[in-house]
Design a protein around this ligand. Structure first.
Ligand code: SF4
Length: 205
C-alpha cells in the first residue's frame, strides 16, 4: 500500500482515495500511479498510526517538502491530515503543503480550519473555473453549484491562517475563462498558476 511516494524531489502523502468531485482532467481516470510509483489505490484508508509508521520507514534523505495530495482529496480526511502534519512539523524541518479542491466545508463541516495554523505552510486550491456554472462543468462536485462559493470562501479564510495560498487552473478551460480566473484571483490577492493538463508522469490537483 503506497502511503508516501517521492516525486520531483518532494515527498507526497496519499492518505485517502475519497473525493466528492469528478474533474474532467483527473489523472485517476486513466492511470493507477504517478511517475512510475506503485499503485496509489489504497487497500484501506490508513490510520494515523499506519501513516506515521510509513513516514518513519520512508527514506527521506534530502527531502525538504511534504505535499498532501495523492489519489484522492486529502482534506476529505482533514483532521487526520492535520494530526499527521503536526507530527511531521514536530519531528522535521519539512515545509508542508496541501493540494486541495477547497471543499473541506462540505466534506468535513466540523473541521476547524484554524487547526492548520503553524502546521501547514502552504495551500494550493483548485480554482478550476471563473464562475459556478463552468466550475460545475469542469469539477463536477457532488454538492452542485454552491461548491464554487464554498471553495472561494475557504481560499479567503485560508489566507488568514497559512503563509501561502495559491490557486490553480488546468488549461482545459478556454483562454477567456483563464483570463477571467486571473482577474478573480487578482481581486482576491491570491496568485494563480495555470497548469497544463497532466499526463501520468505528473501530479495533479
Ligand atoms: S483532480 Fe482532485 S479534486 Fe478533481 S476528481 Fe481528481 S482527486 Fe478529486
Amino acid at each position: 500500500m503506497t502511503i508516501f511516494y517521492k516525486f520531483e524531489g518532494k515527498l507526497y502523502a496519499n492518505i485517502t482515495n475519497k473525493c466528492p468531485c469528478a474533474c474532467t482532467f483527473c489523472i485517476r481516470k486513466n492511470s493507477d500511479s504517478i511517475a512510475g510509483n506503485d499503485s496509489l489505490w489504497l487497500e484501506h484508508e490508513p490510520t494515523y498510526e499506519e501513516i506515521i509508521e510509513a513516514f518513519e520507514k520512508f527514506d527521506k534523505t534530502g527531502i525538504t517538502d511534504l505535499v498532501f495530495c495523492g489519489y484522492g482529496e486529502p482534506m476529505a480526511r482533514a483532521d487526520v491530515l492535520v494530526d499527521v502534519a503536526r507530527y511531521v512539523k514536530q519531528h522535521t524541518n519539512m515545509k508542508i503543503r496541501i493540494n486541495t479542491n477547497g471543499l473541506v466545508d462540505f466534506m468535513n463541516p466540523a473541521f476547524d480550519p484554524y487547526s492548520m495554523r503553524y502546521v501547514i505552510d502552504s495551500i494550493s486550491i483548485s480554482l478550476n473555473a471563473p464562475d459556478p456554472e463552468s466550475y460545475n462543468e469542469v469539477t463536477r462536485p457532488s454538492y452542485g453549484l454552491p461548491a464554487f462559493n464554498a471553495m472561494l470562501n475557504f481560499a479567503k479564510l485560508a489566507k488568514s491562517i497559512v503563509n501561502e495560498v495559491m490557486f490553480t487552473v488546468v488549461d482545459v478551460i478556454t483562454p477567456l475563462q483563464i483570463e477571467e480566473c486571473e482577474e478573480l484571483a487578482k481581486g482576491l490577492q491570491i496568485p494563480l498558476r495555470v497548469r497544463k493538463r497532466v499526463t501520468d508522469n505528473e501530479t495533479y490537483t
